[in-house]
Structure formats: structure tokens, C-alpha cells
Design a protein around this ligand. Structure first.
Ligand code: SAM
Length: 335
């Protein structure tokens, strides 16, 4: 099928990507057991990581030429990127201005939330898999729960809204924390999203048996809360949502494995070293950094990006026989 001559990031299944996930670094200051080994990974060499100017140029091309309306900064841990506040301010100055958000582990956020908000960051997702300090230390291999809790409060106090929490549950590790997490979020005014664990860890240790499914999460929550379908339409949002005890509090589940939502996917991804990917699970990607460093014009870069997205597969294929985990782990793609 020939690619239509349209500016947006369309694919052969009629989806249009408007939501860009940008990884600012593959480095992280936590060592979550389900993401990477205790010793960390071989990080990308500095000269391979896009500079701020290169990143900004690609984001400008995305919003000016490719119809991207939403940008989420992630990693690795995006707050490890030097000069993040300045980068946020520059992204917010793009025209048309994208809706900007960030996914972070929250370490250091207590000190930085105010400046990040002043730079233009209005929305934030903080990853937190438990509110129990011991379990937190066992999962992340760092004793930092209080830092994350303080970071969340600082984000709320700085006016960021919504403040969302992402939680991954694992069998025999933190599954019993689902109810406590939701109680904490309801009390603090945060929006909780459970994410089914996906086969994206660097150690290739994922097993379907250990993943806690959306159905199990719902069953656990329903023992304690009354859940009713969320009134607003889901659209391309990854989370399916429920009102808790009649609202206004809510809870969401991102059931990437057991209830895939690939048919409504609106995402395109840029790695910290400048590769564009159509899916977390892509086995191929396009090196935009090479084009940028070779002096390509904006429209050439835009067209390479469009061509990558045109080749997006129908789905991630986790549930297909012969599924192969992508070579890059989650931390090097941008979660
Ligand atoms: N460091 C930031 C953070 O902690 O939010 C951003 C990157 S992290 C990879 C983004 C999200 O991916 C986190 O919420 C994390 O829990 C989630 N994650 C990591 N590995 C995962 C996996 N195998 N399956 C599902 N979610 C995963």
C-alpha cells in the first residue's frame, strides 16, 4: 500500500500518532528488579545521546510538521538529564505548544517540582509500586520511599495536575499492596494507574505466571471498594478507568498484556540516542540522529519519521507464538 501524502504520522491500519514519548537518558538511579540488574546496564556513551539542541529540533519537527500534540518526557530517569528545567522551558516555547508531561521515579522531585512547574511542566506521573518502605527497598534496591512520597507532595503543592502514580504489581512481591496504594492515592488526591508487567526487562526474566493481571487487580480492589465504569470515553488512553466508591476518586489499569489496546495506539517514541520507534516492542527503529548529524533538512527528517510510523505493526504480539522481546530494554527505549 503506498503511503499517503499527508503530514501526520499515519500507519497502514489508519492510526495516527500524536503522542510522543521522548527518552532523555537511559540511566537510572533506582534498580527496580523487574527493569534492570543490581549493577545497572552499559549506559549509552555521552556522544551518542542527543544534545539538547538536537532533541529540541526533533521535537520541533514533531509538533510543527508531524501533528504531535502531546510530549511525555521519560527514560531511564528523566530527572538525571542535566539542565532538565531549561529543556522543559524550551519545549514549552515550541509552536504550537505541546501538552507536556513527565514520567519519573520521583527521586529529587521534592526539591525540583517548583522549578519544573515554573518552567512549564504541568502534569506528572510518578512511579511507585508500594507504600511499604521495606517492599519499596526490596523492589528498587534503594531505601528511598520517603523521597518519593515527598516528591509527590511537592508536585501537588507546585500545582501540577493531575499527579498520577504508576504501579506494577508482581506475584509474591507487592500484590498485597494494591489496596493500600489506592487508599493512599485517594487520601492524597493522586490518580493511580496499575500497569501489567511486560516482557521488557534487561534480564529477560518476565514470566506470564508472575505477572498480576488486570482481572486479578480488579478482584483485589473490589473486595474493598465499589468500582463503576468511568463516564468519560477512553479514546487512545492506555488506561481503562473506574470510579471508586462513586467518585470523584478513580483508578486505572493499563492491561497491555491481557487486554491490549494497540488498535487505538496514538504513540510514537524517540530514544535518548535519537532512534524513532513505532512501538515499545518494535524490532526495527530508524536512526534520526544519523540524519540530523549528516545535515538533513527538516522535511527529510520528518519524512523518515513518517516512513517509520507507516510500518507500525497491528499489535505488540506478546500473546503470539514466537514473540521475541525487543533488543532494547524498557530503560533504553523510554517507558
Ligand atoms: N524512571 C522513570 C520512572 O520510574 O517512571 C521513567 C522510566 S520507567 C521505565 C517508566 C515506567 O515503566 C515505570 O512506571 C516503571 O514501573 C515501568 N516499567 C518498567 N519496566 C516495566 C515492565 N517490564 N513492565 C511494565 N512496566 C514497566
Amino acid at each position: 500500500m503506498p503511503r499517503p501524502d499527508t503530514p501526520g504520522l499515519v500507519d497502514t491500519f489508519g492510526r495516527v500518532a500524536t503522542d510522543l514519548r521522548v527518552s532523555l537518558t537511559d540511566r537510572c538511579n533506582l534498580r527496580c528488579t523487574y527493569c534492570m540488574p543490581a549493577e545497572g546496564l552499559d549506559w549509552m556513551p555521552g556522544d551518542q545521546v542527543l544534545t539538547d539542541d538536537e532533541l529540541l529540533r526533533l521535537m520541533r519537527i514533531a509538533v510543527e510538521r508531524l501533528g504531535v500534540t502531546d510530549i511525555r518526557l521519560t527514560g531511564g530517569e528523566p530527572m538525571l538529564r542535566p539542565g532538565l528545567e531549561n529543556l522543559v522551558a524550551r519545549i514549552c516555547a515550541l509552536e504550537p505548544r505541546p501538552r507536556l508531561s513527565m514520567t519519573t521515579n520521583g527521586i529529587g522531585l521534592a526539591k525540583r517540582a517548583k522549578d519544573l512547574a515554573a518552567a512549564g511542566l504541568a502534569r506528572i506521573n510518578v512511579s511507585l509500586d508500594t507504600v511499604d518502605a521495606e517492599t519499596f527497598a526490596a523492589i528498587t534496591r534503594r531505601d528511598r520511599l520517603s523521597h518519593v512520597i515527598a516528591g509527590l507532595a511537592a508536585a501537588r503543592d507546585a500545582g501540577m495536575s493531575p499527579v498520577k502514580i504508576n504501579a506494577v504489581l508482581m506475584r509474591g512481591v507487592n500484590e498485597a499492596d494494591a489496596v493500600a496504594l489506592l487508599k493512599f492515592c485517594l487520601a492524597e488526591g493522586y490518580h493511580l494507574r496499575f500497569i501489567e508487567q511486560m516482557p521488557l526487562d534487561a534480564q529477560h526474566g518476565w514470566s506470564r505466571r508472575d505477572m498480576i493481571t488486570a482481572a486479578e487487580i480488579l478482584a483485589m480492589l473490589e473486595q474493598e471498594f465499589r468500582l463503576s465504569p468511568f463516564p468519560a470515553k477512553r479514546g487512545g488512553a492506555p488506561a481503562e478507568r473506574w470510579l471508586v466508591d462513586g467518585g470523584p476518586g478513580d483508578v486505572g489499569i493499563i492491561a497491555s498484556v491481557t487486554r491490549p489496546f494497540c488498535g487505538a495506539c496514538e504513540r510514537t517514541r524517540l530514544t535518548a540516542d535519537g532512534a524513532v520507534r513505532s512501538c515499545l516492542f518494535s524490532n526495527d527503529e530508524t536512526d534520526l540522529r544519523a540524519l540530523v548529524r549528516a545535515g538533513a533538512r527538516d522535511e527529510e527528517v520528518a519524512d523518515a519519521w513518517r516512513a517509520t510510523m507507516w510500518g507500525k505493526l497491528a499489535g505488540h504480539e506478546i500473546n503470539e507464538a514466537g514473540f521475541a522481546q525487543p533488543i532494547r530494554p524498557m530503560s533504553a527505549i523510554g517507558g
